[in-house]
Design a protein around this ligand. Structure first.
Ligand SMILES: Cc1ncc(COP(=O)(O)OP(=O)(O)O)c(N)n1
Ligand SMILES: Cc1ncsc1CCOP(=O)(O)O
Ligand SMILES: [Mg+2]
Length: 231
């Protein structure tokens, strides 16, 4: 991608986009986040979710659970992801991602250095970084070799306590300047996702709207089809 000076970028945030105007980004895709706690039957819920429509990635995000317990829970889920061609991403821990041979790891700002993760995991493992509502953090993550940056929480959510509330325009700013994919997260539902897709999100990361859907996770994923196909 074309490199620009800070001055050029400050003058016109779409400066780079003019030069890369025939670069087409793939359509926005779904990135499923697990509930914070699961039971042994969850593999069936995950299979149902995958039956609902295309899912690009699944993140195992179990909070307050030790690595051994996560590793035990992960085995059938990772196998299912491999069978369905869905990237299997581990949250928080690069060492656990390495131990499990996961397809990727998601690192928050306090979860470790993406450069260290790259050294540990190698070139083909996907590394994602939480960037809240910060252009600065996103550019830092890109510099550090992340494979995607995640902005959020765009909407109120009960899945996680959140402080930052970006405007959807941060997605447009990012995609105009950088090829690196961006993920939108936080309280996303089929009803409020359209502005994020329109603004340029490459992925919608969703938990509650799928697992909490009144007709089950298959219907939860299917409900996103229309908004993802709007481009
Ligand atoms: C895709 C994606 N984006 C953001 C997060 C949040 O990560 P983090 O800030 O480390 O918070 P926890 O998820 O660890 O509570 C994520 N997990 N995935
Ligand atoms: C993990 C995380 N990081 C920011 S918001 C959020 C929760 C996403 O879950 P939901 O889709 O239920 O809001
Ligand atoms: Mg984290």
């Amino acid at each position: 991608m074309t490199e620009f000076t800070d001055e050029e970028l400050a003058l016109d945030p779409n400066f780079a986009a003019r030069f890369d105007s025939d670069d087409r980004r793939p359509p926005c895709q779904l990135y499923l986040i697990s509930p914070p706690a699961i039971d042994a039957g969850f593999v069936d819920s995950l299979a149902a979710a995958f039956d609902g429509g295309d899912v690009a990635a699944f993140q195992l995000r179990l909070k307050g659970v030790g690595d051994d317990a996560i590793a035990q829970a992960a085995a059938p889920l990772q196998k299912l992801c491999a069978e369905r061609d869905v990237a299997f991403i581990i949250n928080d821990s690069m060492s656990l991602a390495k131990r499990l041979g996961a397809d990727g790891v998601h690192l928050g700002q306090g979860d470790g250095d993406p450069r260290e993760a790259r050294k540990l995991l190698g070139p083909s493992v996907q590394i994602g970084v939480t960037c809240h509502d910060s252009r600065h953090l996103a550019m830092e993550a890109g510099e550090a070799g992340a494979d995607y940056v995640a902005f959020g929480a765009f909407y109120p959510t009960t899945t996680k306590e959140t402080i930052h509330r970006p405007d959807p325009s941060i997605l447009g700013w990012w995609t105009a300047l950088f090829e690196l994919p961006c993920v939108a997260i936080g309280g996303i539902t089929p009803g409020n996702a359209a502005p994020l897709v329109k603004a340029g999100a490459d992925f919608l990361a969703v938990s509650g709207a799928v697992w909490g859907h009144s007709d089950g996770p298959q219907a939860g994923v299917a409900a996103f089809r229309a908004v993802l196909a709007q481009e």
